[in-house]
Write a protein that binds this ligand. Structure first.
Ligand SMILES: [Zn+2]
Length: 245
């Protein structure tokens, strides 16, 4: 797709008419898509991937159209490619990847395109074990707390003493701290101090922010045209952990 086409289609995505029910996916479609993806992940984790839909016939059948079942927003980490960990093929997943699955306008516009133009019924936000972006945000948050309080440990007590820490994070120069720091800070406030907790809270936080920032996605959710799930990929087992919030 050319950039022009993308801009045009995205402009019409913004003008999405929520009353349009010509291609309304149902919750059962989203659930069965998710079950299929998890079954693919089980095959992958067990070392028995089928590598489906990667043949020449499939490629040729998709020249003029695409009809993916799900959109996936995941980390750019080289160890977490959604098509591989879900054992999926050509045309199955519409993927958007940024370090730490950080949102920006381009990410949101891409996901809106998948919802409005490609009618995906499922959107998966996928974090993962050992996420470098989360690690970086946690360190930068400690540094910010230490620098603000003259407390080398960057402790929770010291952080609590900073009245405007939320604002400082929101206005931080570092994009990673600005985008992921609040997830780490919320987890620490809830006494969830392990990095895997930061990763889980960040998935929840990402979904919350995505819904807040996108009216298109709010509409699709309100009309049962979309289901959003949060998950965390475990590098150590190959399994995708389904998160509940
Ligand atoms: Zn990552």
């Amino acid at each position: 797709m050319s950039e022009d086409q993308f801009e045009q289609e995205n402009a019409s995505a913004a003008a999405y008419d929520s009353a349009d029910t010509t291609n309304q996916p149902h919750e059962s479609t989203a659930n069965s898509t998710w079950s299929r993806m998890l079954a693919g992940n089980r095959r992958f984790a067990e070392g028995k991937p089928e590598h489906p839909w990667q043949d020449t016939t499939t490629r040729e059948s998709l020249i003029d159209r695409q009809n993916p079942d799900a959109a996936v927003l995941s980390c750019s980490d080289s160890r977490v490619p959604p098509e591989i960990v879900f054992d999926a093929g050509l045309g199955d997943l519409f993927t958007v990847r940024t370090a730490g699955q950080i949102l920006d306008d381009a990410v949101i516009a891409s996901l809106e395109y998948a919802v409005v133009k490609l009618h995906v019924s499922l959107l998966v936000v996928l974090g993962h074990e050992g996420c470098g972006a989360i690690d970086m945000a946690a360190h930068e948050l400690d540094d910010m707390i230490a620098a603000t309080t003259d407390n080398a440990a960057g402790s929770l007590e010291a952080a609590d003493a900073i009245d405007d820490l939320d604002e400082r994070i929101a206005e931080a120069e570092s994009i990673v701290l600005r985008s992921v720091g609040m997830s780490v800070w919320q987890a620490r406030q809830a006494e969830l101090d392990a990095h895997e907790d930061f990763e889980r809270v960040h998935v929840a936080h990402t979904i919350e922010e995505l819904v807040t920032r996108s009216e298109v996605i709010q509409d699709a959710l309100a009309h049962d045209q979309l289901m959003i799930v949060g998950a965390r990929y475990q590098l150590s087992t190959g399994k995708v952990e389904v998160l509940s919030f």
